[in-house]
Design a protein around this ligand. Structure first.
Ligand code: AOF
Ligand code: ZN
Length: 371
């Protein structure tokens, strides 16, 4: 049965509203999903809400609190299957049953192994009318970070890069100020505001000395992560002191100077993560360690070497490339170094490509198909 035969246009309207509500907490719910809920009785919205932050009440509880006794006999529209487990909050499925809901319309099942269909089962067992699959694609895109991290234990990694139309991230001499338009750079700040972690290689720190903070009004600084296998970053690098509100993590290896590691550790808000490998930080392990801390949305900002390793390792999920309509020629670096497809048939493919000209550059987003 397709969507149109099961759901009415007003069902779509309410689910659309629930999705919009969910997105109000964009970038603030990690490692939890964004979830919205709208409760409707006799064609009237009697309560609505969304999940604000991990550890706080789920969307359904906010909506139920607003609806009070008007939830009796009503229909709830939820962007994700209501949970069935005792986490930091009790099961939402039980709360909906107790409140006397008659029907629950769900955009998509929750892939969390603790839930995975059991929320739907509970509702059905209690005799509620349950319909699943309304605007599932939209709901899936909304929670692309959660959907990956909850089943793999790995964060969702987005690579943001600014490059010329001939594919260079700087000129041959290393000049990169600026490749993209001011509007593209502002869009990059918005990406920072939504990420849990910004990740760069030590070459980028040595070359650009970035702060990696979010300068949007009302924005917040993400955790800053420098991958630096030999601990080569200068001790006066701005990234070490640019934000008191978020930690700066330096991931390094046995190749690091122990003295330097100790000195950096003593700096305020700096953490040194030492891996017992030689020279190269084990990237998959590092990413798992980030997810284990609850940081599931990672924004990679360069450089090309680190991006190449992540691409080769199948650890990259999405690209946000700002292609500036200009050429610099020469041997300027590409956004991926150390990654080589010998033949065109070995190329890494992208799917779900979207292109926008809003920033004056050619802003391309797409998903890496990791086979
Ligand atoms: C819902 N509604 O609004 C959200 C859900 O640690 P807890 O107790 O907050 O549980 C987190 C899990 O609950 C999360 O991994 C996901 O499976 C589900 N999130 N479920 O019914 C919500 N945010
Ligand atoms: Zn819940």
């Amino acid at each position: 049965m397709n969507e149109e035969t099961v759901f009415t246009p007003s069902d779509r309207e309410y689910m659309q509203r629930a999705l919009r509500l969910a997105r109000q907490a964009e970038g603030r719910t990690g490692p939890n999903p964004m979830v919205g809920c709208v409760i409707v009785r006799d064609g009237e919205i009697v309560g609505e809400g969304f999940h604000h932050k991990a550890g706080t009440p789920h969307a359904e509880l906010h909506a139920l609190a607003a609806a009070e006794n008007r939830a009796q006999g009503a229909t709830a529209y939820v962007t994700l299957e209501p949970c069935s487990h005792y986490g930091r909050t009790p099961p939402c499925a039980d709360a909906l049953i107790r409140a006397g809901l008659q029907k629950v319309v769900i955009a998509m099942p929750d892939p969390n192994p603790l839930v995975a269909g059991r929320g739907i089962e509970r509702l059905l067992e209690a005799g509620l009318d349950v319909k699943v699959g309304l605007m599932a694609d939209e709901a899936g895109r909304l929670n692309e970070v959660f959907l990956k991290s909850i089943v793999t234990g790995l964060p969702f990694v987005t690579y943001k890069s600014a490059l010329t139309l001939d594919g260079r991230i700087s000129t041959e001499s290393g000049d990169s100020r600026w490749v993209s338009s001011p509007q593209s750079r502002e869009a990059s700040q918005r990406l920072r505001n939504l990420a849990d972690v910004i990740m760069v290689g030590s070459g980028t720190v040595r070359q650009d000395n970035p702060r990696l903070t979010c300068r949007l009004p009302g924005g917040r600084d993400p955790v800053r992560l420098v991958v630096d296998g030999t601990l080569s970053l200068p001790e006066d690098a701005q990234v070490l002191s640019s934000s008191p509100s978020a930690p700066c993590i330096i991931a390094t290896t046995a190749a690091a100077s122990r003295d330097k590691a100790e000195r950096l550790r003593r700096l305020r808000a700096v953490e040194v993560w030492l891996y017992e490998t030689s020279r190269y930080v084990p990237l998959e392990t590092l990413l798992r360690d980030l997810a284990a801390r609850g940081w599931t949305a990672v924004l990679l900002e360069g450089g090309g070497g680190l991006a190449g390793q992540l691409l080769t390792g199948g650890l990259l999920d999405k690209i946000e490339f700002f292609l500036a309509p200009k050429f610099v020629g020469g041997n300027g670096p590409s956004p991926f170094s150390g990654f080589t497809a010998a033949r065109m048939s070995d190329a890494v493919h992208l799917t779900g490509i979207e292109v926008s000209r809003e920033t004056g550059d050619i802003h391309v987003t797409g998903y890496v198909s990791n086979r």
